[in-house]
Design a protein around this ligand. Sequence first.
Ligand code: TYD
Ligand code: MG
Length: 420
Amino acid sequence: MEEQVPQEQSSRGLGTPLANAPIPLKDIPTEDTTRIGTGNAELDRTLGGGFAPGSLILLGGDPGIGKSTLVLQTLARLSAAGVSTLYVTGEESAVQLKLRSQRLQVAGSDMPLLCETNLHRILDHARKIKPTVMVVDSIQTVYREDLPGTPGSLNQLRECTLELMVFAKSSNCVVLLVGHVTKEGQIAGPRMVEHMVDTVAYFEGDRNHQLRILRTVKNRFGATDEIGVFEMTHSGLLAVENPAHIFLHPNMDAAPGSVVSCTMEGSRALLFEIQALVNQSNYSVAQRVAAGIDQKRLTIILALLEKFAGIMVGGSDVFVSVAGGFRIADPGTDLALAVSVASNHLNFPIPPQTLFIGELGLAGEVRPVSQMDLRVKEAARLGFKNVVLPREGKVNKYKDLQIHRVSRLENAITLCQKDF
Ligand code: TYD
Ligand code: MG
């Protein structure tokens, strides 16, 4: 046996003519990025003004949330508007899709439908049909026969996504991939698929509720903070164009633990209700359950309440939830969360037409949040009577709306125990 070191190709690149020379930024022509409107205001808003030609989009969400419904509705609408489309399904049979299309009242559409999971055959059809928008439902069912691994495996996912991306870029076709999510809520398969695509959108919401939210977490063609709000009805998904109060119960009663707060989603202020339940624990370790709110955030808020407001919940189970299956990440809702726990623990109700805005610092101070005036304005529009705000931060005056300023968490709680 004799060791041989493979020779490095030192001549790599030498002598070959330059294929691609650097160009000054100012000389690059601005491509005419005409967007393809989807005919659905909420979907357009989430995507940043419609589909960008040649983009690869990943749509993820829990099973049964409505991904297939949304893409079928969208394609049928585009098809009716004269846009060339192709719907590839690997999950459902043509008959199942026909049944769904009847519910959606688009059964008469001439949209081409392909039941196929072999990627090369899919691409052969796509090259013939030359669609402007193509859907692959779902990426986990597609496979390449020349590669090892079952459909949905790491290798297959990566190679199939890559090939679809090359197809999208070379043909300028919008390719929409539907993706399954794992129990943890991430798109199944490694994150890698998310890195490869241009846009990643998640469909959220509670299957038991009517409301659905489409949120982009990555978008190479627009902002990522806009959301689209939809309602699942018996005839498909409807865009909800004025969602400000949709997360609020219309006849909300003053109950201990129910508090209204506001989150900014892109350019929109959404009001929603937080509920808390604090109960003497029967377990050795008290339970903390948060739905729609980050669990760690709840732990911090409980610590702040103990330290600064003397609200001892260490031996109690604490459950908090955001009504309507909505998920909140905005720190501007800290104060509302704290008041909600305090209100349930100390058993004092908060009048329903009261809005709480403020972020809590670790020293117990109430900090100003972004776009405060927009939030207050929305509350005024919905007929709110009181709003509790951080001491700093400019807001305009609104008729019939009383503004209370608080600088610390304990002040906010004392204020709530008095009558507004
Ligand atoms: P679907 O689009 O199949 O979900 P996914 O592709 O994300 O798994 O959604 C199916 C659910 O939506 C199912 O529970 C029934 C409900 N649905 C309606 O309420 N109305 C409708 O018009 C349709 C088509 C479905
Ligand atoms: Mg589906």
